[in-house]
Design a binder for this molecule. Structure first.
Ligand SMILES: [Zn+2]
Length: 104
């Protein structure tokens, strides 16, 4: 049973600010509607300029899920780690700020 691959859809931004999309329908797919929905969702993100990795800014591959935010597992993990560091920093910093505000 073949799985979905990167070549099953193509989305190309065009000069008018829109995009054109094509997708291939295999005999085994019962999910044509799902794929069309994914093409539309990805196309919308491309037009909005958010079809990029949130960490490194690379364009995302079109074989990703439409709600993908990172180009790779590495970027995703690094981003999670950074968010955690920021949160810990905030938790360490917050009580003294609060105390200072309460005294003042
Ligand atoms: Zn990335």
């Amino acid at each position: 049973m073949p799985g979905p691959d990167a070549n099953t859809i193509w989305i190309e931004p065009n000069e008018t600010g829109g995009y054109s999309a094509q997708f291939e329908v295999y005999f085994w797919t019962g999910n044509k509607a799902n794929r069309l929905a994914r093409v539309k969702a990805i196309g919308k993100r491309m037009m909005g300029g958010t079809w990029r990795c949130r960490r490194c800014g690379d364009d995302l591959s079109q074989d990703k899920r439409a709600d993908t935010r990172f180009c790779s597992e590495g970027c995703r993990k690094k981003s999670v780690r950074k968010r955690r560091e920021e949160r810990e920093h905030w938790m360490v910093g917050a009580p003294s700020d609060y105390m200072g505000a309460a005294k003042g």
